[in-house]
Ligand binder design. Structure first.
Ligand SMILES: *Cc1c(COP(=O)(O)O)cnc(C)c1O
Length: 392
């Protein structure tokens, strides 16, 4: 018995390889500082837990949920979105759908829109799912390089016309994982224009919409007039509310896009647990002050890490959003893999190599802000003692 050939085309999942290396180091007795995967280490906030306790005691949450989410959930999501981004007028029946976390909805969007021979336009470096789900759907991906000299925004003019003609989906993600880059409304305007010209659906993965610092508020693509004609946006409770394990989010936008995604989901999953939808409604109701408190934890860690790396010679500016610091490897290392392997061997620090997010990530590494302040300081201290310096 052999697995389907589509699995042969899927590269090994990046974090599985990192986990394997961690386990080996742990087995050797190393005190590991794991800044590898973007998974918040803090507990889910109390108002969410309380809502979950109440919801789970109510037997009406125990049966199959509606496929596209409860009406109350979709209405709460639309209301939250309007309060947060100032964009309203959503029809919760046709323009909003619950997701079992964004990863699920991202994958199923490919199944809804990509036929064999169709192209997807995907950034590089990027969250790996856009590429693997293109492969699962039997499509071809065209890589849009994200380069530091373009502030990690793709160059739409560089996409050949014959590729744009065959493209169904264009994926973006700002605030960006892994680079921490931000999008401007001008860039979103260009995207909407491109999508209308080439009949492409823009999919904006806004997983870090609430994870921002220094007063910065990440925008939605729907702040651009006309975006609703051509775009979907993927919001998630995972990162901002420390809810990665709960698997809940929503997709909002173009009714044809939501309809296609809904048709796939109806045939594949049976929706998100109703009690978890209730808990997410509580998260949407969280005060700005409380959210700010949650984010200040990461902001402090970011400051410790960026200051520490700068003291070792790294040329970094502090990212205004996401869970990540994206940094170049010292020139004395030939590849990202060589650098992160040395970092693990000499310092017990786990970070992913930039090229794990695509070929254009080569020469970089990503540090997740998912360990407490003292461990962050310890990591910098270990790097200092082991002689790590940035040499340009
Ligand atoms: C974490 C992450 C996701 C997945 O979020 P879930 O809602 O937990 O599935 C999607 N996109 C990006 C860019 C991410 O970093």
């Amino acid at each position: 018995m052999k697995t389907a050939s589509r699995l042969d085309r899927i590269p090994p999942y990046l974090f599985a390889e990192i986990d394997r290396r961690r386990d080996e180091a742990v087995a050797r007795g190393v005190d590991i500082i794991n800044m590898g995967i973007g998974d918040p280490d803090k507990p889910t906030p109390d108002i969410v837990l309380q809502a979950m306790h109440r919801a789970i005691d109510d037997p009406s949450t125990h049966n199959y949920p509606p496929y596209k989410g409860t009406k109350a959930y979709r209405e709460a999501a639309a209301a939250w979105f309007e309060r947060r981004f100032g964009v309203g007028g959503w029809n919760p029946d046709t323009e909003v759908i619950s997701s079992i976390g964004s990863k699920e909805a991202i994958h199923n969007t490919f199944l809804a829109f990509v036929d064999p021979g169709d192209f997807t336009l995907i950034p590089d470096p990027a969250y790996p799912v856009y590429r693997t789900s293109t492969i699962f759907a039997g499509g071809e991906y065209y890589t849009m390089p994200l380069l530091p000299e373009r502030d990690y925004l793709p160059d739409l003019d560089a996409i050949p016309d014959e590729v744009a003609r065959k493209a169904k989906l264009l994926w973006i993600n700002y605030p960006n994982n892994p680079t921490g880059a931000l999008a401007t409304l001008e860039f979103f305007e260009k995207l909407v224009h491109f999508a209308k010209k080439h009949d492409v659906l823009i999919c904006h993965d806004n997983a870090y919409s609430e994870m921002a610092y220094d007063g910065y508020k990440p925008p939605s693509i729907f702040q651009v007039p006309g975006a609703k004609d051509v775009a979907l946006e993927y919001l998630s409770c995972s990162k901002a509310y420390n809810m990665t394990g709960w698997r809940i989010g929503f997709v909002i936008g173009n009714a044809m896009g939501i309809g296609g995604l809904g048709q796939v989901k109806t045939n594949i999953d049976s929706g998100a647990f109703k009690a978890i939808q209730e808990a997410a409604i509580a998260a949407f109701g969280m005060s700005d002050e409380r959210l700010h408190e949650l984010m200040s934890v990461y902001q402090n860690r970011r400051n410790i890490l960026v200051d520490g790396l700068c003291s070792l010679g790294w040329p970094l500016t502090a990212p205004k959003a996401t869970l990540y610091v994206w940094a170049p490897i010292p020139k004395s290392f030939k590849t990202s893999l060589e650098f992160i392997s040395t970092l693990l061997d000499k310092c017990g620090i786990i970070v992913p190599p930039g090229n794990g997010y695509g070929a254009y990530g080569e020469g970089y590494f990503r540090i997740a802000l998912t360990v407490p302040d003292d461990r962050m300081r310890e990591a910098i201290d270990r790097m200092d003692k082991a002689g790590f310096r940035f040499d340009a």
